[in-house]
Design a protein around this ligand. Structure first.
Ligand SMILES: Cc1ncc(COP(=O)(O)O)c(C=O)c1O
Length: 389
């Protein structure tokens, strides 16, 4: 069967190599400790589950949800932005519910790029940002992130011929996988740069709450309150442990929101109304559960980092929850895929190779702290024996 060429870049994926290595480890009888996926192991808050449960028997929730979801959901999102970031958002034209934020960031390039146009992406970055550009027939210009620049891109390094053909730039801070945080001044520069070069500025913001810093990470809308060129994506997956429910939203420039809505109208009928009701309960209800998530990840980070330091693996302390981005010790240097496939087959500990997040991720691995402290310590013991074998 002949399939579309656009599938090719989606097929060569190092995470598929990792999945095969995990399967081999299981077949060898290894007890797999999976630190490779950023899927939270923590439960969805009870008041959110209750709101969904109450919706289930109600027949008015059972039909297609047309247009752009419910007004109540869009208002809850707008209110959350006002409370958190002091940015006024029109719930009618500037908010769009999504079937998870990945769906939105992957669909947006279809609304923005013509075939051959460039998207400027973070390298390393979240793989579906690249996937969406490939599906839209666009070209990717990877903006390398280096430790010496705090894992922030240098906009002026983008070559003028690329800029001339570029239509969008995608940022995402707090950053997966490096755990870097960007200050408001960085977003102000990004807005200025995007306006100067007529680029759409996309900010994927799933870790808005998952940070340990005194000041919360900024929203791009604080740097572009008039929403001249920016669109931001927030998900319920991380702050409220709702990854499996698939719900998030886009917020920002009305023209972009409408364009994304038009793409989605050809693809889906929105998330189930009952799940949107759960998301409303999450956004408008008690927020102490979010603090519990952050505290849980802080404890895990402390335990995991002390264990890594104890075995002599020097890793800087991340100020973002959930991930640890670690430079590989010698002799593994630039062989992150070999390291990860051999580690999981030998010990059962699965981690993500930095190369899976882009060329500039090579030489690193990403640990997702999605297990209890005791399991994290066992994982580090196994890593120590692997490194010394
Ligand atoms: C940067 C980034 N964007 C999006 C997602 C996925 O979010 P959602 O569950 O809303 O699709 C993740 C999940 O790990 C992520 O790290």
């Amino acid at each position: 069967m002949q399939l579309a060429n656009r599938l090719q870049p989606l097929r060569t994926n190092v995470f598929a190599d990792m999945d095969r290595a995990k399967a081999r480890a299981r077949a060898l009888g290894r007890d797999v400790i999976d630190l490779s996926l950023g899927s939270s192991d923590l439960p969805t808050p009870p008041h959110v589950l209750e709101a969904i449960a109450q919706s289930l028997p109600d027949p008015s929730t059972h039909g297609y949800l047309l247009f752009h979801g419910t007004r109540a959901f869009r208002e809850a999102a707008a209110q959350w932005y006002m409370q958190k970031f002091g940015v006024a958002v029109d719930p009618e034209t500037e908010v769009l519910p999504l079937v998870g934020s990945q769906e939105g960031t992957a669909h947006l390039p279809l609304a923005v790029l013509n075939p051959g146009d460039f998207a400027l992406l973070l390298d390393p970055g979240y793989p579906s940002h690249a996937g969406g550009v490939y599906l839209a027939g666009g070209q990717i210009y990877p903006m390398p992130l280096r430790a010496e620049n705090g894992f922030l891109p240098v906009f002026d390094d983008v070559p003028p011929p690329v800029l001339a053909q570029a239509r969008m730039m995608v940022l995402s801070y707090p950053h997966n996988p490096t755990a870097a945080i960007a200050p408001l001044s960085f977003f102000q520069q990004a807005v200025e740069f995007c306006q100067r070069h007529d680029l759409v500025l996309v900010h994927d913001f799933p870790y808005a709450d998952l940070h340990f810093s005194a000041t919360p990470p900024p929203s791009v809308l604080q740097a572009d309150p008039q929403k001249r060129c920016s669109i931001e994506f927030f998900t319920m997956s991380k702050s409220y442990n709702m990854g499996g429910f698939r719900v998030g939203y886009a917020i920002g420039n009305a023209e972009l929101i409408l364009a994304l809505r038009q793409v989605k109208a050809a693809v889906d009928f929105n998330q189930y109304r009952g799940i949107l009701n759960g998301a409303i309960a999450a956004l408008t209800g008690p927020q102490d559960t979010v603090q519990t998530v952050v505290d849980t990840f802080r404890q895990r980070r402390d335990v995991f980092l002390s264990a890594l330091h104890r075995i002599g693996w020097a890793v800087p302390i991340p100020h973002t929850a959930m991930y640890v981005w670690a430079k590989l010790p010698e002799p593994w240097g630039d062989r992150s895929v070999d390291f990860c496939t051999q580690l999981v087959e030998a010990t059962g500990v699965a981690v993500s190779p930095g190369a899976g997040f882009g060329k500039s991720g090579e030489g690193y691995v990403r640990f997702a702290l999605v297990h209890d402290p005791a399991i994290l310590e066992t994982a580090v013991d196994r890593i120590a024996s692997f490194l010394t074998q």
